[in-house]
Ligand binder design. Structure first.
Ligand code: ZN
Ligand code: ZN
Length: 337
């Protein structure tokens, strides 16, 4: 893995950004000039991104972010890969760096205590501890910590509502975790606000836990928000916990339903994949619009004629309007870890 030419970076930083629109353009331009691709959100509360690029370009990108005093403390999760993990670059201004409906909470003021991966590992099996997965159904169904409490939510913005069901855990040590740590900053802050006393968060999320603590006791795969879809975390005691959506056998092979209007992310085994032509149900299989299945269940968007400057130019026109009149694209808002 180490000799692969590309890197994938996952990062966030809660920091006040006043000139979001101007900063977005500058940041976008830097990415284009250095062939960085991926998804970046810029908001008045900070930065959040998953990007890919050649190793040396990623080094430049990290130096660029660290050179800005607002983002000097940003921590990057760095993974090696053999190619870009994204087809395009998107840099967007949004009201929050992760859609949470918790805009009033500032993790720089108050949040759960950060646990390094080894500290999390040492604490998680103690008796008075609850491990709380703050991610959505499609994520924790594919993989989660052994013994973790999961929530029936399709989007992180539904997290606050679910906390009402956790009243009975107020006397316990609550350890939250998510993919890269960003959701926990808000989730743990919200738990403290709701009167939970002893709240901790896994710093750097599942990804960093895999890199630094060998991923022990993380069962299944970790859902990620780039072309890889799912990654292995556990090098110590791995286990498959998900089952094929069609036949029910043990399976951790993630597929996007070939019917693009469904596009459900589900585990579907090799055999059922071919039988169902990459779809999740008989209805989807019969949809005449469905995409041709090539055995991967991954559908690269057509990038013919892709112009990385396009978003930059479009936004420059839009920048003439006040920000609140701009339409929030709202695409995959929670799909940032
Ligand atoms: Zn199957
Ligand atoms: Zn489907």
């Amino acid at each position: 893995m180490e000799n692969q030419p590309y890197s994938i970076l996952l990062y966030y930083c809660y920091a006040s950004i006043e000139d979001t629109e101007a900063y977005r353009e500058e940041h976008h331009l830097f990415c284009i000039e250095n062939n960085i691709r991926g998804r970046i959100i810029i908001s008045p509360e900070g930065l959040n991104g998953t990007v890919s690029g050649l190793k040396e370009d990623c080094e430049k990108y990290m130096a660029y972010i660290h050179a800005d005093p607002r983002f000097a403390k940003t921590e990057f999760k760095i993974e090696a890969f053999d190619k870009h993990a994204f087809a395009k670059i998107h840099v967007r201004v949004k009201p929050e760096i992760v859609h949470s409906s918790l805009r009033h909470l500032d993790p720089n003021v108050k949040t759960g205590k950060h646990l390094a991966p080894e500290e999390f590992k040492a604490l998680k099996d103690q008796e008075d501890v609850v491990i709380l997965d703050v991610r959505s159904n499609y994520e924790h169904e594919l993989g989660r910590f052994k013994g973790a409490l999961t929530l029936d939510i399709d989007n992180f913005r539904d997290f606050p509502e679910k906390v009402k069901e956790l009243e009975h855990l107020k006397g316990k040590k609550v350890l939250t975790y998510c993919t890269g740590g960003i959701k926990c900053e808000k989730a743990s802050a919200y738990l403290l606000e709701q009167g939970f006393q002893d709240v901790y968060q896994l710093h750097g999320g599942i990804i960093k836990y895999g890199m630094e603590a060998g991923g022990e006791d993380f069962e299944g795969k970790c859902y990620v928000f780039d072309n890889r879809i799912a990654v292995d975390i556990n090098k110590v005691n791995p286990k498959v916990i998900s089952i094929c959506h069609v036949c029910g056998t043990e399976c951790d092979r993630m597929v996007n339903c070939a019917n693009s209007s469904c596009n459900a992310h589900l585990p579907i085994c090799e055999k059922c994949g071919w039988e169902m032509e990459g779809t999740c149900s008989v209805e989807c299989k019969e949809n005449p619009e469905k995409r041709p299945y090539d055995g991967t269940g991954y559908y690269q968007k057509n990038t013919n004629g892709y112009n990385p400057y396009k978003g930059l130019i479009r936004r420059q026109d839009k920048a003439k309007q006040p920000l609140h009149e701009q339409k929030d694209p709202g695409i995959r808002a929670d799909h940032q870890s």
